[in-house]
Write a protein that binds this ligand. Structure first.
Ligand SMILES: *[C@@H]1O[C@H](CO)[C@@H](O)[C@H](O)[C@H]1NC(C)=O
Ligand SMILES: *[C@@H]1O[C@H](CO)[C@@H](O)[C@H](O)[C@H]1NC(C)=O
Length: 352
């Protein structure tokens, strides 16, 4: 790296350090400012300048400079999955390139905040574990605990099993470091972080393969792999749809708000919330609500993307759009594909 560039990077970190001590800064920033993660990796002593890190996280950043890149990658995974899961909903998981990243949505313990906490915690587990398996981190590698043993079906454990224990440990230590453990808000976040970690740890897949001459299956081996991150997103979205409301006066331990079920302990896969969600219909920048004006909706859908639901009953505008496509393609011997050009008109609806 050129000297001038290095100075710019330092400049950025110093600037950010001195100018943005805003309350909202958070480690999520590592996901949108890959520069900050990159610099912290190359110069671990700059970890203190990354906005939003608490003391414990700065220490982990200094001691595991490679892993800090994974944290950034994990946040990006989480953001991407969040936006994909919510792309047709009123709240669509908008983020900003600022240190608050998710904006004021996280100031209240709503089910949306719960999803963000879970999906980013899961992202960190996923990214760290993948780096372990790729041999990119010094503190971990593939999980060899089962190597040499035999599965129930008589297959041998082999290959590289994803070392999810390390990923879970890292994510727990790093992500949970923000929480104080003494107030209810922290307890809620801790529970949701855990749901995210378990969404991976409890869903490991078994993969097996035959080896041997021409598929003779002389050697059969199995290993464990993490679920695809999209599966993790789907799993968490289901939990988001059935969240558990917490009694506002819970102390030390979370309790359900619903009196009848107070005694039923909260399970490891329940996303929890304290505050009811706004309807996200009208723009309100102070609360980080974008509103649904201008969002594209589907006229005949019955789901959340229907014009009725997405536009909150305000109605929608319809535009006719001309689409030009290749069509009626034919294979011509040999070897060409000939197409015609077709024009179609499609209606595009956007919320008023
Ligand atoms: C491992 O490191 C290599 C080289 O830096 C990089 O290309 C690759 O994406 C990394 N893999 C993971 C899973 O982090
Ligand atoms: C979410 O919706 C807003 C409009 O309300 C739009 O500007 C934005 O691009 C959308 N974000 C994503 C990630 O789809």
């Amino acid at each position: 790296m050129k000297l001038s560039q290095t100075f710019t990077l330092y400049g950025l970190l110093v600037l950010v350090l001195f100018s943005c001590q805003v309350t909202m800064a958070s480690w999520f920033y590592l996901g949108v400012a890959s520069l900050a993660a990159q610099t912290a990796k190359q110069k671990p002593e700059t970890c203190g300048g990354v906005p939003g890190l608490v003391y414990r996280q700065i220490e982990m950043c200094k001691n595991n400079p490679d892993a800090i890149l994974c944290v950034g990658e994990g946040v990006r995974l989480g953001i991407h999955e969040c936006q994909s899961q919510f792309r047709y909903e009123r709240w669509n998981c908008t983020t900003k390139q600022e240190d608050s990243v998710f904006g004021p949505v996280l100031t209240r313990a709503t089910r949306e905040a719960a999803f963000i906490h879970a999906v980013t915690a899961a992202g960190v587990v996923h990214a760290v574990t993948q780096s372990c398996s790729a041999g990119n981190l010094t503190d971990c590698s593939c999980d060899m605990k089962l190597h040499g043993r035999v599965t129930e079906d008589g297959w041998k454990w082999g290959g590289c099993s994803d070392n999810v224990d390390y990923g879970v440990w890292f994510a727990k230590t790093f992500v949970d470091a923000v929480e104080k453990e003494s107030d209810i808000r922290s307890l809620v976040n801790l529970q949701n972080n855990q749901v995210g970690r378990e969404a991976i740890a409890k869903q490991l897949h078994l993969r097996c393969r035959c080896h041997g001459v021409s598929g003779s299956c002389a050697v059969k081996s199995c290993w464990k792999t993490m679920p695809n991150f999209n599966e993790v997103g789907k799993f968490l979205k289901k939990r988001y749809e059935k969240p558990t409301e917490i009694a506002p006066r819970s102390k030390k331990r979370l309790r359900r708000r619903e009196k009848l079920f107070r005694k039923v302990p909260i399970k490891g896969d329940e996303l929890v919330y304290l505050d009811p969600s706004p309807n996200y219909c009208r723009q309100n920048p102070d609360k980080g609500i974008m509103g649904t004006r201008g969002r594209e909706c589907k006229k005949d859908s019955k789901g959340p993307d229907s014009c009725d639901l997405l536009c909150c009953g305000r109605g929608y505008n319809t535009e006719v759009i001309r689409m030009v496509e290749r069509c009626h393609c034919k294979f011509v011997w040999c070897c060409k594909v000939k197409c015609k050009i077709c024009e179609t008109m499609v209606d595009k609806h956007t919320c008023k």
